[in-house]
Design a protein around this ligand. Sequence first.
Ligand code: COA
Length: 270
Amino acid sequence: MSSSFVRVELKQSHAILTINREDKLNALSSSLLEELHDVIESLAKQKGLFALIITGAGQKAFVAGADIAEMKEMSPREAKRFAQKGHALCRAIEKLPFPAIAAVNGYALGGGCELALACDFIYASTNAKFGQPELKLGLIPGFGATFRLAERVGIAKARELIYTGATIDAEEAFRIGLVNKLFAPETLLQGAEESARAIAQVGPQALALAKRTLRKVQRKAITEAIPIEIKAFAKCFESEESKEGMSAFLEKRKARFTESLGDRTSESSP
Ligand code: COA
């Protein structure tokens, strides 16, 4: 079940999935999104599992976002496909018949924060950092933060985090309800596994039904929300602003955003 960028360890009643692209802080490329989706689909069919723990390889990052180098070259059509892949992965995690626990061991930025948000709950080490920095790249979140972040932290905090692109530390993430529990870095996985073992004591059918019901009750509007977000994300790739934002990151300099890079009053905006 493991693949080049995804490691899976099967335990008695839970599995640990590690995103393994440490040199790029586990950034989500298209192929990594596909690999993750395939692994999640296989785990969904695995008998005897009560929980899935998702974490990142190394000490520094859970996932530092979608792959900016890859996105920089995308046309709007390719960006749409990319966002669809991210959404498909997040939906597959939400549809697992058992809970997913994000064990956030460092940066969870952009698509990384969105991946954590797709999990049932988030445990974090005290050195974790969270944020949706897309606007700093001239983009908007494309893997679900426009609705999943508000579900966790309320619309006011979600707006603040998305509009400022601010990075918050683990304490702050815990305080606003984004993170369920905080752990010292060396005890994070152990804490997540203890929780997985506690979940393994409940009735498996009731667990699957509870997860499905909570999702359905909370998300009556999700089918409408997803295409709106995907359209807006893809639209960013029509502008010079996103090219400037992503180039600046890759060239390790501050972005120079000016009004001339894109028309924010455009009627074709979503
Ligand atoms: N996409 C592609 N590559 C990424 C990446 C991403 N989202 N995040 C980090 N990387 C790469 C860097 O380009 C660098 O590659 P290099 O060694 O070939 O230059 C490597 O991972 C290490 O990152 P670096 O930036 O050197 O580490 P740092 O400790 O100085 O900073 C971060 C860490 C997380 C603050 C910084 O990498 C960052 O801001 N990443 C982008 C976060 C982001 O905007 N995510 C949302 C994308 S939509």
